[in-house]
Design a protein. Structure first.
Length: 144
């Protein structure tokens, strides 16, 4: 693999990490339910990257970058979201989803929507909600 291939792999790694971080912060574990971090989110994000189109992937990535960079706007703390305490991260996640600026709120909504799809499709979450698990993905979507 050449330098270009390694650079692409590193960019993808950072993108997956950013998206995973934002998804887990927006849908954390509660005493009664698992959070996104309990649902195999890493593999889900990689599958989402492979199977989604560029516009939705770019929107989710952009939303994750905004989530990381905007604690100053939401809670007045000039740090990236990954350096916030659990309490401040939760406060930031709550406030960023209700900002009055559409161009910020909408990409964050995309991240939260993907987190909900990941969370809601996981067998453990469905079991907690007394729902039957989805059958295994036949992997035919892209082949069709």
């Amino acid at each position: 693999m050449g330098c270009a291939g390694r650079a692409v792999d590193e960019v993808v790694f950072v993108a997956v990490w950013l998206i995973r971080f934002a998804m887990c912060a927006l849908m954390p574990r509660t005493p009664g339910l698992p959070g996104v971090e309990d649902t195999g989110v890493d593999e889900w994000v990689r599958t989402f990257r492979r199977e989604s189109g560029l516009p939705i992937w770019a929107g989710v990535f952009f939303g994750s970058v905004l989530f990381m960079l905007l604690p100053l706007v939401t809670i007045g703390v000039p740090l990236p979201a990954c350096f916030l305490s659990h309490r401040l991260l939760d406060k930031h996640a709550q406030k960023i989803t209700s900002l009055p600026v559409y161009l910020i709120r909408q990409p964050i909504f995309l991240v939260k929507m993907m987190a909900g799809l990941c969370w809601g499709s996981h067998p453990d979450v469905r079991k907690h909600l007394h729902l039957t698990p989805y059958p295994a993905d036949p992997g035919t979507w892209r082949a069709a």
